[in-house]
Design a protein around this ligand. Structure first.
Ligand code: TIU
Length: 226
């Protein structure tokens, strides 16, 4: 499968590629969650949900592996270092009770993935205590067992959890493609900078592309295989 991308076309095959959706949780996308307690305007992030949905639907239809991540801590916060909980001056800290339950705690309403992108049976859901999807999750080992070598990234926020996860993946030998219209930041200039730096220097961390290009590549792939 060839996907139009920068700095040059991205090639992958469905059987060895996973769609990784980073932290599309109510805690980041809806008012009253972690993102808002940090002082952010969360409205920007909701706008990418339809673009993510279109890629997710096409990927599901093609039978590709889907990995959802959630930034989530245990109820006793044993996996939340004090440096993370005590950083800055948020209106509510991780573990505090907010309008959508306890902030960034697994199982709470605010910690769920937004309904439009909710996982379906068979899809992987990885809870992660850090920004990166590979830290303390076992994700690399699971992907290796599944024979995955290529990762397509969507989700939030571009320069925090998405960029960290893509850098971790690149160092572990995965070829990574970030979908620009399927990722967002609370700070538009940070998104622009992150996208630019990831694909600079001949794709030093990976490729960047657009959701529609993935959908088009899947359609072409479908035609070849029927
Ligand atoms: N604050 C911010 O931009 N992001 C996070 O805290 N987590 C994720 O990016 N998921």
């Amino acid at each position: 499968m060839h996907i139009d991308a920068q700095p040059f076309p991205y090639t992958c095959d469905l059987a060895h590629t996973a769609l990784v959706i980073i932290d599309m949780q109510r805690d980041f996308i809806e008012p009253g969650g972690f993102g808002e307690t940090l002082g952010n305007d969360v409205a920007l992030l909701e706008a990418i949900v339809p673009a993510c949905q279109a890629v997710l639907q096409a990927w599901r239809n093609a039978g590709g592996l889907v990995v959802h991540t959630r930034e989530a801590h245990a109820a006793d916060l044993s996996d939340c270092p004090p440096s993370k909980r005590l950083r800055g001056n948020p209106s509510l800290r991780i573990g505090d009770m907010g309008p959508m339950g306890r902030i960034l705690v697994a199982g709470e309403p605010g910690n769920q993935i937004v309904p439009a992108l909710a996982p379906v049976p068979g899809e992987w859901v990885i809870d992660k205590p850090g920004k990166g999807a590979f830290y303390a999750t076992g994700l690399h080992e699971k992907l290796q067992q599944a024979g995955i070598s290529h990762l397509l990234f969507m989700g939030v926020t571009t320069e925090v959890c998405v960029q960290t996860s893509m850098r971790e993946a690149n160092d572990r030998g995965y070829d990574c493609l970030l979908l620009e219209d399927c990722t967002e930041s609370y700070f538009p200039h940070f998104k622009t900078a992150a996208v630019d730096m990831l694909r600079a220097q001949g794709g030093i961390i990976g490729w960047t592309g657009w959701g529609a290009s993935v959908v088009a590549a899947l359609q072409a792939h479908d035609k070849q295989n029927c």
